[in-house]
Design a protein around this ligand. Structure first.
Ligand SMILES: [Zn+2]
Length: 538
């Protein structure tokens, strides 16, 4: 049975440990105290061999891509738990490091259907979001087409229309000239949440190019929640063009019509969702380095790295059918485990928690669960530091940090990086990389979406003095390796980059764990504290 409200065991352990120290040394042990390990000593625990060992195991073919719901993930889970045990991290659940969570798994669309006037769209041309709890199988109302559904500066696609209680149709994506703007480029990801927050009954996205992926093992937590607010349905290009034509919008001019901001009434809409939904489960693996300051140790600094990947699929041209996810995210998990190996040598004032999260590839579900069922309380989570992917060879001299601009973590990391001889860099955004929207695509988002400062550390572009050398590596990785069968382990890698990034993350955590005050949120499209109500329940 899941126990998430169990009182922390580490205060008891701490008392026992203090008693032992007193018994062993009695009064007058100042010399002993002054020999407390320094951060530099602790960082000696992080070596290329340590990271390489973790990555070599976690990316092995025997784990078959660590997919949620498959035994390979469970082997990875037990590996991480045994590593925590070896290092001496405290287990938060009795003797266990394993935090189970229940899932809902939609395995197939069984007859979803959208009707707008005479036009009908079914699952062969659209992806319908499952109605997880069976609360709204049928949605009916007046429909309105509101262009891109964007509000920024003096642009407001909703200025001429009320969308409360209506079914809203929106074009996917953004106007081309918004892509290069770091702030505006994020809005493509938040438009469904914005429409729901204004009372929309359903949000239907019209996609004019590409393909729409049907529901196959789409997942949510057992309460139907996920950190990202998903549209009710996404319609593929052929059907989207049919609908637009029926509304008198020339698909070739759909972008212009959207830009004009003139909404179109589209008549009555009926949207029925039907899916086969099964129960599933997965696990986070949680280890604790207890804090030492009675006034601060209830607060936690939380490391995350997702342990899952996407399993097996069709063979590629070499016959490889295993998505080993070596960079994504055996490498990030290896960095986090190496960070734990250093942190356990230290005595932080606040508690530091290491969480290898499950079901990240299924919508950041393990981290979303953890945020709501943490060690301690949600409002006592001070910050999240996330490792996901990265470079595996020569070390970078600079670092990117997705999410840094939305909390005090940015300036703090800037100082910590400088002290470590590195530089915080902010120019990752480009039309290419903005489309990746990495801020939204890894576990720090689960924390930010709950109003908790979160940061995703990523190797910078400066390698061996060349400020652009890493850019080509990143572009190659994101285009040709990430989420492909060829993301395989290579024993010739030097693992210097992960050592530098893991060490930087420990320096950051050490600073956050010992500071008198905790970091605060600084705006952005997020709640500003965990106490703020969620804008929309997904
Ligand atoms: Zn990843």
């Amino acid at each position: 049975m899941l126990r998430t409200d169990r009182p922390l065991a580490f205060s008891r352990m701490l008392l026992a440990a203090s008693a032992l120290v007193l018994a062993a040394f009695g009064p007058g042990t100042h010399a002993r105290q002054s020999a407390a390990p320094t951060i530099d000593h602790a960082l000696e625990a992080i070596t290329p061999a340590v990271v390489k060992g973790h990555v070599q195991f976690l990316s092995h073919d025997l784990l078959e891509g660590r997919d949620t719901g498959h035994v390979g993930y469970e082997i990875a889970r037990e590996y991480v738990a045994s590593q925590y045990q070896r290092m001496g991290l405290e287990a938060p659940y009795g003797f266990s490091y394993v935090q189970p969570f229940d899932l809902l798994v939609a395995t197939a669309d069984t007859g979803s259907r959208l009707q707008v006037g005479e036009a009908v769209v079914t699952a062969s041309e659209a992806a319908f979001a499952p109605d997880w709890l069976g609360e709204q199988p049928l949605l009916e109302g007046q429909g309105v087409y509101a262009g891109y559904g964007l509000v920024a500066g003096d642009h407001d696609d909703y200025r001429a229309v009320t969308i409360a209680d209506r079914v809203v149709f929106l074009l996917s994506g953004l106007p081309a000239d918004w892509l290069a703007d770091p702030e505006r480029s994020l809005l493509a990801r938040t438009k469904a949440a914005l429409a729901f927050s204004r009372g929309a009954k359903a949000v239907v996205i019209l996609q004019l190019d590409g393909t729409v992926r049907p529901v196959t093992r789409t997942m949510a937590l057992a309460d139907g929640s996920a950190p990202a607010v998903r549209p009710t349905a996404t319609i593929g290009p052929a059907a989207s063009r049919r609908l637009l034509a029926a509304w008198g919008v020339d698909p070739a001019q759909a972008l212009d019509v959207a830009a004009s901001g003139k909404p179109r009434e589209v008549g009555s809409v009926s949207l029925r969702r039907a899916h086969a939904i099964e129960k599933g489960m997965s696990w986070n693996v949680v280890g604790v380095v207890p804090g030492t300051d009675p006034a601060l140790r209830d607060q936690t600094v939380v490391f995350t790295a997702h342990l899952d990947h996407v399993g097996v699929g069709e063979p590629d041209e070499t016959g490889d059918r295993i998505y080993n996810g070596t960079h994504d995210n055996a490498l990030g998990t290896g960095k986090m485990l190496a960070a734990a190996e250093a942190m356990i040598r230290l005595k932080p004032r606040r508690t530091v928690v290491f969480v290898a999260v499950g079901a990240e590839e299924r919508g950041l579900l393990g981290s979303w669960y953890y945020v709501h069922h943490p060690v301690g309380s949600t409002r006592d989570i001070v910050a999240n530091i996330n490792h996901d992917g990265g470079l595996e060879g020569p070390p970078p001299d600079d670092v990117f940090a997705f999410g840094a601009e939305y909390s005090d973590l940015g300036p703090v990391l800037g100082e910590v990086a400088e002290a470590a001889g590195m530089r915080l860099r902010t120019d990752f955004q480009s039309p290419f990389t903005a489309a990746q929207a990495l801020l939204f695509r890894s576990d720090q988002y689960s924390f930010l979406a709950r109003g908790i400062p979160g940061i995703y550390l990523m190797d910078g572009f400066t390698i061996a003095g060349d400020p652009e050398r890493g850019r080509a590596q990143w572009d190659h990785y994101l285009t040709h390796v990430n989420h492909q069968q060829r993301d395989n382990f290579d024993p010739s890698w030097t693992f210097e980059a992960p050592v530098r990034m893991a060490a930087l993350s420990v320096r950051l955590a050490w600073r956050l764990a010992n500071a008198d005050s905790r970091p605060k949120m600084r705006g952005g499209p997020f709640p500003q504290s965990p106490d703020a109500p969620l804008v929309v329940r997904p």
